[in-house]
Design a binder for this molecule. Structure first.
Ligand SMILES: NC(=O)c1ccc[n+]([C@@H]2O[C@H](COP(=O)([O-])OP(=O)(O)OC[C@H]3O[C@@H](n4cnc5c(N)ncnc54)[C@H](O)[C@@H]3O)[C@@H](O)[C@H]2O)c1
Length: 371
């Protein structure tokens, strides 16, 4: 019996998830742990949160590394999912130079690490590399239509540069790469205040505030539930070696933004109205992935309907706002402007600094257990 256990332990892979304390990354870490892997979550805790990984922190196969991806990574791992990057426009535009550094230096660092270790590496790219698309739906063969000097360029061009670095390391150094072009993904653990459309609408509705629609609401988006996305990322990583991508991952069910607002008002039972504001510059008017490639190569397509996914997300934010209400009740430090804070993120950071482990290379042949 113990021989079997030893064999199972020895065959376990050590998987690095950069940005693992973020929204998608934390769900990915959970799924990899469930499957039996050793998971190292590297995060600088900028837009992610220790709360997101609270439930898995006690696992002996989980290790949290407090580090910025723009620093070299003195680790030894078998696989890398590179998710570290702010994803909401509010966050990535707050410090655009830092965003470009994260995309480009981060890509270089994970690629150097992959090259050194012979590890496979997956890049979380984005539908934003298509910019304001002239082709609809977007296929992987479309080269995109991006404004290279606009306010969103730090993210769009940063991710485009990361894709070209991935292919250069693949062609010139033989690194095994995967590029996932992720389309709008939503679900529990999005931040309430990060300005993304689904979280924005739900939090506004639950607070009985008007829902902010930019433009006339006829622009479209396609929303993929996080469980489907994590499933796709793992399938792409595990696919045969020659499948580099780029591969679109997302839900092809396209809806106008105004439809989403109406559904969320109905589902929350809110009496909220809708206010219209001018569209931000370079906001894409249509977004829908062609996922034919993922269907054929991975046998994957989203299975969670928008109704089902939104219901789970509404439940999550309802609980978060209730907790926050309880936490702020009785002291006057709470915000009175109706803007939701970061849901205990700052508290978590202050209270639990010792939960962050310094980076330390794994001893050769070691299991890399959490300290
Ligand atoms: N959610 C989506 O709809 C979507 C769509 C397209 C692409 N993506 C990509 O998927 C990835 C994850 O997105 P998300 O929605 O979970 O965002 P998120 O902001 O919740 O997660 C990003 C994580 O990366 C960490 N991070 C940021 N900069 C870092 C740095 N320099 N060093 C170390 N850690 C850093 C953050 O603290 C956070 O935990 C991102 O790369 C994003 O570009 C997401």
């Amino acid at each position: 019996m113990s021989v079997h256990l030893d064999k199972a332990a020895a065959s376990r892979r050590t998987i690095l998830v950069t940005g693992g304390a973020g929204f998608i990354g934390s769900h990915l870490c959970e799924r990899l742990l469930e499957r039996g892997d050793i998971v190292w979550c590297l995060d600088n805790n900028s837009t992610g949160s220790l709360d997101n990984v609270g439930a898995i922190m006690a696992s002996k196969r989980f290790r949290l590394i407090d580090r910025d991806i723009i620093q070299p990574l003195p680790l030894h791992v078998d696989e890398i999912y590179n998710l570290a990057c702010p994803a909401s426009p509010a966050h990535y535009q707050a410090d655009p130079i830092r965003t470009t550094r994260t995309c480009v230096l981060g890509a270089l660092n994970v690629l150097d690490l992959a090259h050194r270790c012979g590890a496979r590496v997956l890049q979380a790219s984005t539908s934003e590399i298509y910019g304001e698309p002239e082709v609809h739906p977007q296929r992987e063969t479309y080269w995109g239509h991006v404004n290279p000097i606009g306010a969103r360029a730090c993210y769009d061009e940063g991710k485009r540069c990361a894709e070209s670095l991935f292919f250069d390391y693949h062609r010139s150094r033989g690194v095994a790469i995967r590029i996932a072009r992720i389309f709008n993904t939503y679900g529990p653990r999005m931040q309430a205040d990060d300005g993304r459309i689904v979280s924005n609408f739900i939090v506004q509705a639950l607070r009985d505030r008007p829902l902010t629609v930019y433009g006339d609401g006829r622009q479209t988006r396609s929303f993929c539930y996080v469980r489907d996305m994590v499933d796709a990322l793992i399938r792409l990583m595990d696919a045969p070696d020659d499948l580099t991508g780029p591969m679109n991952l997302g839900n092809p069910h396209e809806v106008p933004v105004i439809y989403l607002a109406d559904r969320i008002i109905a589902m929350t039972g809110a009496s909220a109205s809708i206010v219209f504001k001018p569209l931000p510059p370079d906001d894409p008017s249509r977004r829908r992935p062609d996922i034919g490639c993922a269907r054929r190569a991975l046998g994957w397509e989203p299975v969670v309907s928008l109704e089902e996914g939104l219901a789970a997300t509404v439940d999550y934010f309802r609980a978060v706002l209730q907790d926050k209400g309880r936490a702020t009740a009785g002291h006057d430090g709470g915000r009175s402007d109706g803007v939701c804070g970061t849901i205990g993120r700052a508290d978590a950071r202050l209270e639990r600094p010792s939960a962050l482990h310094p980076v330390e290379p794994r001893a050769a042949g070691g299991a890399g257990a959490r300290r």
